[in-house]
Design a protein around this ligand. Structure first.
Ligand SMILES: Cc1cc2nc3c(=O)[nH]c(=O)nc-3n(C[C@H](O)[C@H](O)[C@H](O)COP(=O)(O)O)c2cc1C
Length: 217
């Protein structure tokens, strides 16, 4: 399928059908993720796939630790963002909030509970990188994750990147027996989106080209 079409089509899904994803499909996605380019071919990414009872065990722990620490979604910056940038986030909230209001759940609760439970997706993927690598290698892992997202889209699968729970990286490592020298960079909800759900019925905006592109001629 046309890659540009897949890129335009992809969006985060926050409600999933009760339909399992085959192991062969998951392996295909991870193979695609592993085919991404990386600096001197270091391939610093690692993926842990969890579903069924193990995923439920992880969710129980995440909900418990979240109830104690209550980390909320934010830009993660120490100084306030310039208006122009924070407006991007505000724009996303403007399209998302009216849909969540239809569910009669407070917005923050929807995002926090949803993130801690992978929005009900049948599969949760944990993205790791060994701490031996410098932070620049996050870039390589990001490329790999993008490959995974597009490969999922090509199979009719949906994803949601979940950064909120990386605050609970030690708990995730404890539940899944992940060695201490690994860093949890991201979680990914994976499954078949419920296209009829209000929480999937919006699309976030993007800046026009002139805002992100500079030419020097
Ligand atoms: C690194 C990263 C972390 C994210 N963390 C969360 C999260 O914790 N919870 C959530 O609901 N969405 C999360 N998202 C999804 C973003 O909100 C979403 O990608 C953005 O609003 C753009 O919308 P789209 O993915 O539908 O195009 C995250 C996205 C990225 C790339």
């Amino acid at each position: 399928m046309d890659v540009q079409k897949l890129m335009k089509q992809r969006k985060s899904a926050r409600h999933y059908l009760d339909k399992s994803v085959s192991r062969a499909d998951i392996e295909d996605l991870i193979r695609c993720a592993g085919s991404a380019p990386s600096a001197i071919n270091l391939q610093p990414w690692e993926y842990v796939v969890t579903y069924g009872q193990e995923k439920d065990r992880l969710i129980r722990r995440l909900k418990k630790v979240h109830a104690m620490k209550n980390v909320s979604c934010g830009p993660g910056t120490s100084t306030p963002l310039p208006e122009k940038i924070s407006n991007r986030s505000r724009g996303a909230l403007t399209v998302m909030k009216p849909q969540i209001e239809k569910l009669n759940i407070p917005f923050n609760q929807f995002v926090e509970d949803g993130s801690c439970s992978f929005y009900g997706a049948p599969v949760a993927i944990i993205v790791l990188m060994d701490k031996i690598f410098p932070k620049l290698r996050y870039l390589d892992v990001g490329l790999s994750v993008s490959y995974l997202f597009l490969a999922a889209e090509a199979k009719g699968l949906s994803t949601c990147p979940i950064g909120l729970i990386t605050e609970y990286g030690d708990d995730i490592k404890d539940v899944l027996n992940i060695p201490q020298e690994k860093e949890v960079l991201l979680a990914i909800a994976l499954g078949y989106a419920d296209e009829t759900a209000p929480e999937n019925d919006f699309r976030t905006d993007r800046e026009p080209l002139n805002e992100i592109l500079t030419w020097y001629e």
